[in-house]
Design a protein around this ligand. Structure first.
Ligand code: BG6
Length: 491
């Protein structure tokens, strides 16, 4: 167990009354306090524009934290202790006197200073500059920023340049919350702690990889933001490409942040650009129409609250990515993600090649591929589909496919799986950057995404319709069946 006193910090939460801070960040901090990972002297300063008192804000936090937790996680004593750490300053992000008040607060503190910008990325640069100009940060301050870092390569460079005027790369913690998920981290253990897989993890043994991140929700009141971004920028550029990197990267020489990030960048750089003639076969954009979700009728994307008529923003993307290097040449990565799909489910499936020579019943040949199914959420776990002999005298040498199963909730029965933000906040406090995205990763991902999106004008690339509650446009099924394969749920 880590020594908490070493992790004492003063955390400034910019945008403390926003949705992210209320729904995710404060509940995560409360959980860290509950499990004893906040140093006794750690303090949190909430910063937002609303003219409220510290008491008002503590009351608001009590309500929002309580709303996010399970009843057994609500402990009056922890809540009181946690809230007593929280201060509030009504804050104008562009006003010098606000920053001077930060210095007042800072005088009584100690430990690492963390500036968490839970604000729109367009003001990261302004906050950083003001922190520097008013002496509120130094070379030890850690700055935490959220995606999206820009909406293309050029704008992400601008934001990164503004941050770099104030902070060195080793002070910057760029969040992709998927990297904080327990099962996503487990990909590193699975791949690099098990020689069994390490020797099989290449184009000699793997025929293709599927990555699906499906959500049953729609836009949830975020139409304005989402319509500017779309599923490609909102999900593929960050979460899906990070998953792809963790599956495809070469073994790092150690677990240090830079060793891991160096290997991820190599994957991003090896992604094959999409040419115009590939768009029809390698890319499907979709937009949901009215349908059902959990048995209830739901509106289409264009009928959502605040929707602008005629938007061509995609709410679904399926694509076939190729990695041009020795390990992965010829192995397609089928990736898809969408809103308003039948269920919330993220999984990765590694399809291994069949044995070189098949000696069993010809009618069972289709069974002969091992699959490794990595369930990221829900029901986190892994399953290796293997073939055994079916039992019974009458079965001869009939094959049977069955799972070697590891369901985390059963195996580690006493433990809850921490939310991604708990782990990420904890790693920021420890100053460990391995779960955060380095500038060159963000930019390499944008370079590839920009290139793919440069074909957006092509009429073939306009979104295809799919009814809410389905697995996306039929074209996404055609994309994979054209290669003689199928998405896992259809197999
Ligand atoms: C966010 C996206 O980064 O991730 C959202 O902006 C998306 O659109 C969310 O809903 C999904 O995260 P999770 O952890 O619920 O899979």
């Amino acid at each position: 167990m880590a020594d908490k006193s070493e992790n004492r910090c003063d955390l400034m939460m910019f945008g403390a009354l926003g949705d992210l801070a209320q729904r995710k960040l404060f509940p995560a901090l409360y959980q860290l306090d509950r499990v004893g990972l906040l140093a006794p002297q750690t303090r949190v300063l909430a910063l937002a524009r609303r003219p409220l008192t510290t008491e008002d804000v503590r009351q608001l936090l009590k309500e929002s934290i309580s709303g996010q937790l399970r009843p057994e996680e609500l402990e009056a004593e922890t809540m009181e202790r946690f809230l007593s750490r929280v201060g509030y300053i009504c804050f104008d992000f562009d006003d010098g006197t606000s920053y001077e008040r930060l210095n007042e607060w800072r005088k009584d503190g100690g430990g690492a200073l963390i500036a968490y910008m839970a604000t729109p990325p367009s003001i990261y640069g302004m906050i950083a500059r003001n922190l520097r100009d008013h002496g509120c940060c130094d070379e030890h301050t850690r700055a935490v920023v959220e995606k999206p870092i820009g909406h293309d390569l050029a704008s992400s460079r601008l934001i990164n340049d503004q941050l770099a005027e104030v902070f060195n790369e080793n002070q910057l913690f760029r969040i992709d919350h998927y990297l904080g998920k327990e099962t996503v981290q487990n990909l590193i253990a699975l791949r690099f702690a098990n020689n069994l897989f390490a020797t099989q993890w290449n184009q000699n043994h793997i025929s293709y990889v599927e990555i699906t991140v499906a959500e049953s929700v729609g836009i949830e009141g975020r139409w304005g933001y989402f319509d500017e971004a779309g599923q490609m920028r909102d999900m593929i550029q960050n979460h899906l490409l990070q998953l792809l990197c963790l599956i495809a990267m070469d073994p790092p020489s150690d677990l240090s942040a830079d060793s891991i990030r160096d290997e991820k960048v190599k994957v991003l750089k090896a992604l094959r650009p999409m040419t115009a003639d590939m768009i029809e076969t390698h890319l499907v954009r979709g937009q949901y129409t009215a349908g059902t979700s959990d048995g209830h009728p739901v509106p289409g994307y264009l009928e959502e609250e605040d929707a602008a008529r005629g938007s061509t923003t995609e709410t679904f993307v399926a694509l076939k990515a190729e990695i041009a290097n020795w390990r992965w040449a010829g192995v397609p990565f089928y990736i898809r993600t969408g809103k308003r799909m039948p269920e919330k489910m993220s999984q990765i499936i590694i399809h291994f090649k069949p044995a070189p020579h098949y000696i069993f019943d010809p009618d069972q040949k289709h069974l002969a591929n091992n699959k490794l199914i990595i369930r990221l959420q829900p029901d986190e776990g892994m399953e290796l589909q293997i073939l055994t002999k079916d039992q019974g005298l009458d079965k001869g040498m009939r094959l049977r496919q069955g799972p070697l199963e590891l369901t985390f909730s059963e195996t580690f029965s006493a433990k809850r799986i921490p939310d991604a933000y708990e782990r990420l906040l904890w790693e920021v406090m420890r100053g460990n950057q391995y779960l955060f995205v380095r500038r060159d990763e963000v930019e390499s991902a944008w370079r590839w995404v920009d290139q793919v999106m440069s074909h957006w004008q092509d009429p073939m690339a306009h979104p295809k319709r799919y009814a809410a509650g389905t697995w996306g446009p039929v074209a996404s099924i055609a994309m994979i069946t054209r290669d003689g394969r199928s998405w896992y749920e259809d197999a």
